[in-house]
Ligand binder design. Structure first.
Ligand SMILES: [Zn+2]
Ligand SMILES: [Zn+2]
Length: 373
C-alpha cells in the first residue's frame, strides 16, 4: 500500500507487469463456501467436495497440488469439554499447539514444549477437544483421502535440519511427491512447473487477524500462493475455502483486482488515520513485572498526550501480551503528513529520556518503531 501510494505521489517510479512470463494465463480462482458445504454435509474433514473433485482430476492428469494452511502443528487449541480450560504456555499468554507427530504441546512464541496431556489440567476430565487445524492435520487427512499418492509437508517443523528446506523442494520438483502441504513458506518465488492446482484450506483466520494491515496482507498472500498454480502452458486452478465468500478482499483476489483493493483499503486508512495517510510510531514497553509495565506505560502515554493530544492511542496490551515472561504494552502515535517527522521523533526521544531518568522506570525496555512492524 505504501509503495503504490508513493508511486502515485511520484516519489517512486511505477513499472507494471501486466502479463506473466511467456504469456501464461492467470489461474482461475474459485471461492468455495465451506459454511454452506458443512450445512449440506459436503465436507470430509477440512476438505470440501469441490476441492476433493479438483484434486482427484489433477492427480489423474499426472499433475501436482499445493495445499496452503497458515498454521503449523496439528491443532492450535486443545480445550477441555467439561470446563473449557486449555493448556497455556507457562511463559507466554498463548495456548499451546498440539503436534501429533511428536505427541507434544508446543508454544509457537518461545519454543516451550511438553508431552501431550491425557487429561485436563484444571478439572481432570479426559474429554479433550481439538479446535482449529494446522498443516499436520491437513497432511494426515490428505494421506487418508488419497492413500495412493505421496504427500509431504513444508513448514518450520519439517525444514529445521540443515538441508531440510532444499530437500523438500527438490523432491517436489522431481515429482517424487504429488501433494505438498505448507504454510506461507511455500508462497514465494518457487516455480514448480507441474503444479496445476492450489488449494487454500481456510482464508478466514488471516482476514480476521487484529491488525490494520491484515486485509492487505491477506490479499498479497493469497495472490502469491495462487501464483504457484499453472506456471506453464495449461491454465492453473485455485480453490479458496472460506466461511465468507462475499468478503471484499476475497472477491478482489478472485478477480485479481489490485486497484480496487488499493482504493478500498486507502479509504479505510484515511478514515482511521493509518499509513500511508498518516505516519505511525509504535512505542512498546516490556518488563516481566505486570504492574511496572502498566504504570510506566501510563506515564509515557500521558506525557505523549500533552504534546500530541488526540493522536496518541493506548496504552494497550497486544493480542499476545506476555512473551517469554515479558509483558508488552503498546502506545501508538499517529502523525499527520504535514507534521514534521523529524520534530516528532525528537519530541518522543525527549520524553523517552525523561522516562528513563525515573528510577522505577529504568529497567523497562522501550522499543520505538516507525511505520513498519
Ligand atoms: Zn511460550
Ligand atoms: Zn477441565
Amino acid at each position: 500500500m505504501e509503495s503504490y501510494y508513493n508511486a502515485q505521489q511520484q516519489k517512486y517510479g511505477l513499472v507494471e507487469l501486466t502479463t506473466r512470463f511467456n504469456d501464461v494465463m492467470m489461474p482461475d480462482i474459485e471461492l468455495v463456501d465451506i459454511k454452506d458445504k458443512q450445512k449440506r454435509k459436503r465436507m470430509k474433514g477440512h476438505f470440501s467436495d469441490r476441492l476433493i473433485e479438483e484434486m482427484t482430476e489433477t492427480l489423474e492428469d499426472g499433475h501436482q497440488i499445493i495445499l496452503f494452511q497458515n498454521r503449523r502443528g496439528y491443532s492450535p487449541i486443545i480445550e477441555c469439554e467439561t470446563c473449557g480450560h486449555s493448556p497455556q504456555c507457562p511463559s507466554c499468554d498463548v495456548s499451546l499447539t498440539y503436534h501429533q507427530y511428536r505427541d507434544q504441546l508446543r508454544c509457537h512464541y518461545c519454543g516451550y514444549h511438553s508431552v501431550m496431556i491425557k487429561k485436563c489440567g484444571a478439572c481432570g476430565s479426559v474429554e479433550l477437544d481439538n479446535k482449529g487445524f494446522g498443516t499436520e492435520q491437513v497432511e494426515k487427512e490428505v494421506s487418508i483421502l488419497f492413500p495412493n499418492h505421496k504427500v509431504a509437508r513444508m513448514d518450520l517443523d519439517t525444514t529445521r535440519g540443515k538441508y531440510g528446506y532444499e530437500k523438500i523442494i527438490s523432491t517436489f520438483e522431481n515429482q517424487e511427491v504429488d501433494i505438498l502441504v505448507g504454510t506461507q513458506m511455500l508462497t514465494k518465488g518457487l516455480d514448480f512447473r507441474n503444479v496445476k492446482l492450489v488449494g487454500v484450506m481456510n482464508a478466514d483466520n488471516m482476514l480476521n487477524f487484529p491488525d490494520f494491515r491484515a486485509h492487505e496482507r491477506s490479499f498479497q498472500l493469497l495472490l502469491q500462493v495462487s501464483g504457484r498454480a499453472g506456471r506453464t502452458d495449461k491454465r492453473g486452478k485455485v480453490l479458496i475455502q472460506t466461511y465468507n465468500p462475499h468478503h471484499n478482499i476475497l472477491q478482489q483476489v478472485s478477480t485479481n483486482n489490485y486497484l480496487q483493493m488499493f482504493k478500498e483499503q486507502m479509504d479505510d486508512r484515511y478514515n482511521f488515520k493509518y499509513p500511508p495517510v498518516y505516519r505511525l510510531i509504535k512505542i512498546t514497553l516490556k518488563h516481566r513485572d505486570y504492574n511496572k509495565v502498566n504504570v510506566g506505560a501510563d506515564w509515557f502515554a500521558k506525557s505523549l498526550k500533552q504534546v500530541f493530544k488526540q493522536h496518541v492511542l493506548g496504552p494497550e496490551f497486544p493480542p499476545v501480551s506476555r512473551i517469554r515472561n515479558q509483558y508488552h504494552k503498546n502506545i501508538l502515535v499517529k502523525i499527520p503528513n504535514k507534521q514534521s517527522l523529524a520534530k516528532t521523533k525528537a519530541a518522543i526521544l525527549k520524553i523517552n529520556t525523561s522516562f528513563s531518568s525515573v528510577k522505577d522506570f529504568r529497567p523497562i525496555r522501550v522499543i520505538l518503531n516507525v511505520d513498519n512492524y
